[in-house]
Design a protein. Structure first.
Lengths: 216, 654
């Protein structure tokens, strides 16, 4: 089937202890692999499925409350577009150093990986500051009404992801500089980049809901 | 992440001369080395650091079983209170706490996690792996689960337990009608158990997709592994919903949000939608793994491969899909559009199709096999009877007019216990009897097992059958007592006698286990003559599960003529090295070094517990409580110098 195309070939060979017995000798196989071949990819994918479901259900909560409301947004102005839009641009731009870090990791190049991870880390600082400004310009509090509650919930959920992604990236970058280093870290960098894509791309529908849905 | 080597070998990174590897003809020294490599460390700290999947799963199973017994004792107190009209053994408040804790315990602390716990023991053995994927995360998930369960029972012990029912409807559970900490504790208990359940789902899915022995393509996986796989995907899509709605509840209660407050634009039915979008699939999280147990037990005791394997797999998947389209049938008594309700009635009836396919396949297997009527098979046969009864009443309550008539009566209590005990607990006891020799290396007593079975079967029907009639006679559920003269006395008394009979049967099971562990008959590797890989290793299995990883050539490897090559060789014996294979065909792909035992998962779980519990008392705990969690998890991830040196010396790039 399709996934087997690039797999290393493992040959059966006779056993030294008993020549009638064939063995599948795996001692020459590599000790790590990238993409869906690695186990880390599957745990990251599982995490993304779970969190994608959380975002999806939170967006449904938003529209459920909206269908029950006489006016939307309830007794508040829509959030200011300025910081949210700027942050969206920063997040989209951050996909570039992220992709370069991923590519360097998958080529097992520690220097470039180090460089692009550092750029990504700087990006996390920028978008966390911008996120603070976004909270300050939502024009509603979580305790004002149900509209405020659900907007804070959506933005809060995504911010949790920004923070955890920033910490992950920070720890990995430190390790790339100081060690202890082993090649398996390249797999971690590659998976971190995959998760970064998730955090950025899941923001786009949330941005649309938080900033544009109340305007239509 | 990367502390893979056994401690004794860390001093010689890279080593000189041939390093010890496994294989079917490996020396005794290599086998001893393998066992030492995969063992958990000794001592108290060692016990807290244990990560072997069998150790963790054994603890997990025992913990869930203790919660099952505790939840059962709560039910026994309630049944005793209801034995006669106008009894005053316990008051209404305590009664509310008891039924809430009983339901919550049975659903969140027993029925869902016990299935994951059994899977965490069996799946690596069934797919021919030395370990479960992410063994430290598996240990962390166990500790989180344990602490969440302890939180609930601690709250009952200090009499501030939740009292708004196991589905905790708002506005009753909201800030206005449930003052005190009970509902907050309930909501945080959800966070604990669902976090644990979601992590277990990732662990099990990765194990099943990436760690199967070479040759075990997806269409050769044992049906229990299929059932587990399907269930874990359901966990991933269902549990986020309940985490989100309980988080919204606790936010409403603690920081003044208005998700469920109609005065400020919130909506109480939002809770019911979110809860049942999880709650209905949850029934299938409980029910699908037992289908896997049954599909393991029936072929063994019918002494033939299961009939209709592809149909069985497709039926499991279809059940899982349909399970997500049923949640509104819990909400027929609300003001939803009638057309919508008809859709959910139709969807509810459709679930009968895949269920029937499986039942016909099992009947086909039994019919054409040579039956060996042992205790595990008795429990499975009881499943047929009881589940079909529960399915019949299920068809009744799936119809809107009937449901409105019996909503919130004992009819529903009878229905849900027929489905859950019949669908899950009977097969689970069958599974305990079936796999106990593998877990413990000893055979449970068949005589005590039969006594237990008949007491359970009779006690169950005596308890719950009268409840159908009580419900039709109008007895509402969740009443702490009832007046004389309504014609409910005798049936309630019968139900109480039945409940004590069930208690006696569970006591017999506990005695059976204790006596067997003390002086039971030793079990051979394959006491039942079964076909799957877990029976190819000693009972109980060695720490490393398999001396040599098998190569699989069919669905029932133990029943098929052996083909060459039979085994894998060349995995390190002095390091926690496992073989990773491809998703569809299980072709060998790479070797991976697994982490060694570590105290960090335990410390991380303690830090997480502090965060969760403190946040009930002050929202700021979410801020300061995250710091120890982050520190502990970084400590968990950070490699030791020695293991790093080992990896650098041995690693091989793709």
């Amino acid at each position: 089937m399709s996934t087997t195309g690039d797999l290393p070939k493992v040959q059966a060979r006779p056993d030294e202890a008993d020549a009638s017995e064939l063995l599948l000798d795996v001692r020459a196989l590599p000790t790590f692999a990238f993409g869906h071949r690695s186990m880390m990819w599957w745990s990251t994918a599982g995490l993304m499925l779970i969190e994608g479901t959380v975002f999806g259900i939170a967006v449904m909560m938003y529209f459920y409350l909206r269908t029950h409301a006489p006016a939307w947004p309830m007794a508040a102005a829509a959030p200011e577009l300025r910081w949210g839009t700027l942050n969206t641009l920063v997040l989209l731009l951050s996909m570039l150093p992220n992709q370069l870090a991923k590519r360097a990791a998958e080529r097992c190049e520690r220097g470039p990986a180090r460089l692009w991870m550092t750029v990504c880390l700087l990006a996390t600082v920028v978008f966390l500051v911008l996120r603070g400004l976004e909270f300050a310009t939502l024009n509603v509090s979580w305790y004002t009404n149900a509209y405020g509650s659900v907007v804070w919930l959506l933005l809060g959920l995504h911010t949790t992801h920004l923070i955890t992604d920033a910490i992950d990236t920070g720890v990995l970058t430190v390790m790339l500089f100081t060690g202890p280093f082993e090649s398996k870290r390249f797999v971690d960098v590659s998976e971190n980049a995959l998760y970064w894509y998730f955090v950025v791309l899941s923001w786009l529908p949330l941005y649309g809901v938080i900033y544009w849905a109340p305007r239509f | 992440m990367s502390e893979h080597a056994s401690s004794s070998h860390l001093n010689a990174p890279g080593g000189h001369g041939p390093r010890p590897v496994d294989g079917p003809h490996a020396s005794d020294a290599a086998r001893a080395k393998l066992a030492a490599t995969w063992s958990d460390p000794p001592g108290f700290i060692g016990a807290l650091s244990a990560i072997n999947h069998k150790t963790i799963a054994r603890r997990f199973i025992v913990t869930t079983f203790v919660f099952f017994v505790l939840g059962g004792l709560l039910a026994l107190v309630m049944r005793t209170q209801l034995a006669r009209p106008e009894l005053r053994l316990i008051g209404p408040n305590l009664y509310n706490e008891l039924f809430t804790t009983h339901g919550t315990t049975m659903m969140f602390l027993f029925a869902v996690p016990v299935m994951q716990a059994v899977a965490a023991y069996l799946v690596p053995l069934m797919v021919g792996a030395r370990s479960i994927a992410f063994p430290r995360m598996n240990a962390y998930a166990y500790w989180i689960f344990l602490f969440g369960g302890l939180l609930l029972f601690a709250s009952l012990a200090v009499n501030s337990a939740p009292a708004a029912g196991w589905f905790s409807y708002v506005p009753l559970s909201g800030p206005d009608y449930s003052p005190g900490k009970g509902s907050d504790i309930w909501a945080q208990m959800i966070t604990f158990t669902e976090l644990s359940g979601l992590l277990e789902a990732i662990v099990l899915i990765t194990t099943i997709f990436k760690m199967r022995a070479p040759g075990m393509s997806l269409n050769r996986m044992p049906l229990f592994v299929w059932a587990t796989l399907v269930t874990q995907f359901m966990v991933i899509f269902a549990m986020p919903s309940v985490m989100l709605c309980s988080t919204a509840l606790i936010l409403d209660r603690l920081v003044g949000t208005h998700f469920y407050n109609p005065a400020k634009g919130g909506d109480v039915l939002l809770w019911q939608h979110l809860f049942w979008f999880f709650g209905h699939p949850e029934v299938y999280l409980i029910f699908i793994p037992p289908l896997g147990f049954i599909s393991s037990i029936i072929p063994t005791f019918a002494r033939r491969p299961v009939f209709g394997y592809p149909a069985m797999v497709l039926a499991l998947i279809a059940t899982a899909f349909l399970a997500f389209g049923l949640w509104v049938h819990h909400m027929f008594a609300t003001n939803l559009p009638e057309l919508g309700k008809s859709f959910f009635t139709a969807a509810s009836l459709m679930i009968a199709i895949p269920s029937a396919i499986q039942i016909f396949c099992w009947i086909g297997t039994l019919w054409t096999g040579r039956l060996n009527l042992r205790t595990p098979l008795l429990f499975v046969l009881a499943f047929f009877f009881i589940l079909v009864m529960g399915g019949m009443t299920g068809i009744m309550v799936a119809s809107v007019p009937l449901d409105l008539q019996v909503h919130d009566t004992y009819f529903v209590v009878a229905h849900l216990h027929y489905v859950l005990l019949g669908g899950a607990v009977f097969p689970l006891f069958g599974a305990f009897f079936y796999w106990f020799p593998k877990f413990a290396g000893r055979m449970l007593s068949e005589r005590l097992g039969r006594w237990q079975f008949w007491l359970f079967f009779v006690g169950f029907n005596v308890t719950f059958f009268p409840m159908h009639l009580l419900g039709l006679h109008g007895m509402p559920r969740r009443v702490w007592t009832y007046p004389r003269g309504l014609g409910w006395e005798n049936m309630n008394f019968a139900a109480t006698i039945g409940a004590w009979t069930i208690a006696l049967s569970v006591l017999l099971f506990i005695i059976n286990v204790v006596v067997t562990l003390w002086r039971g008959e030793a079990a051979p590797a394959d006491p039942w003559g079964a076909g799957t890989l877990e029976w190819s290793v000693a009972s109980p299995p060695p720490p490393h599960n398999f001396d040599a990883i098998p190569v699989v050539h069919g669905r029932d490897p133990m029943w098929e003529p052996s083909a060459q090559p039979r085994f894998v060789s060349g995995l390190a014996a002095d390091a926690r090295e496992v073989l990773v294979t491809s998703v569809l065909d299980a072709k060998p792909d790479h070797r991976s070094w697994f982490p060694s035992p570590s105290i960090w998962p335990f410390i991380s779980a303690v830090a997480t517990t502090v965060l969760f519990i403190a946040s009930i008392y002050t929202p700021w705990a979410v801020v300061w409580g995250s710091v120890p969690v982050a520190v502990a998890m970084i400590g968990w991830f950070w490699p030791k110098r020695s293991s790093n040196a080992f990896a650098v010396a041995r690693e091989q790039r793709p």
